[in-house]
Design a protein around this ligand. Structure first.
Ligand code: OAD
Length: 242
């Protein structure tokens, strides 16, 4: 048995008992052709998403920020969940009561693959919130008819997504930290582990006694907390862990 195969087998065995947390980032949707944030394909008109995902960028040019989200919504709308998403759905179904899925993704592909009770740390691209009256509602129009879209009250709508410098939704964050603290095995899948506080969950889990598994084709700063590192695409590795 090769080195990678034996690590996969060890992780498979560890998944048979105890509490499992799967923590996902944009990399799990890469095989669904949704661009990651920090990969070369994440650039839009030569601008990095990091410059667009701020309240400041939105205030100074809401139309520009919306053009980017409109483009991204189009890609996500056309995308399908991949074997990585489906493997996590199956892991949840096979392990009732001992599996929690925490995602940084706003694309909704976990839910479309059938995952339930997903903890969503960074919001949802299909949910809009009024910057004036605060009303929230789902909107799945692709492409949007007017940019920026307006609320019935006349205010400008924004995506209900956590931008740089904003707080994470408190209830979701509490669920995520509770799950990380209680985890026996913590799978960090397809995340660069660069964006805090979400990335800090890996350390919280490890310090609380979880066995941390990193699933990523590339190194990340969270690798230092890992008991096992499975290098490769999530869509190939996750189905092998079932
Ligand atoms: P990043 O774009 O920072 O990182 C994606 C990670 O996925 C990288 O480490 C890649 O090596 C890895 N990757 C690429 N293809 C993969 C594959 N097929 N299988 C597994 N891994 C793969 O995305 P995130 O870590 O999710 O926040 O970024 C964190 C946050 O930064 C995002 O939630 C977003 C962004 O700003 C908000 O929108 C608030």
């Amino acid at each position: 048995m090769g080195k990678v195969e034996s690590a996969t087998e060890a992780v498979r065995r560890s998944l048979r008992t105890g509490k499992i947390v799967a923590f996902t980032g944009a990399g799990i949707s890469a095989e669904s052709h949704v661009p990651t944030f920090r990969g070369a394909d994440g650039l839009w008109r030569n601008s990095s998403p990091e410059k667009l995902c701020t309240a400041q960028a939105f205030t100074s040019n809401p139309r520009l920020v919306w053009e980017w989200y409109d483009w991204l919504r189009g890609l996500i709308h056309a995308a399908q969940p991949n074997p990585g998403h489906f493997a996590l759905t199956e892991m949840q179904q096979r392990n009732p009561g001992r599996f929690t899925l925490v995602t940084q993704n706003m694309d909704g592909l976990h839910e479309r693959a059938g995952s339930q009770d997903v903890v969503k740390l960074h919001g949802d691209i299909w949910l809009l919130r009024c910057t004036t009256c605060g009303r929230e509602g789902r909107n799945e129009q692709v492409p949007m008819e007017h940019l920026p879209p307006l609320c019935r009250c006349g205010g400008t709508l924004r995506p209900a997504i956590v931008w740089f410098g904003e707080m994470l939704p408190q209830d979701q964050w509490e669920r995520a930290t509770d799950a990380a603290r209680g985890a026996d095995i913590f799978l960090a899948i397809g995340t660069s582990a660069l964006v805090h506080p979400a990335a800090g969950l890996v350390r919280v889990a490890q310090q609380s006694g979880a066995q941390v598994v990193i699933i990523n084709p590339d190194p990340t700063p969270a690798d230092e907390f890992a008991k096992w590192i499975l290098r490769g695409p999530a869509g190939e590795i996750l189905p092998r862990l079932l």
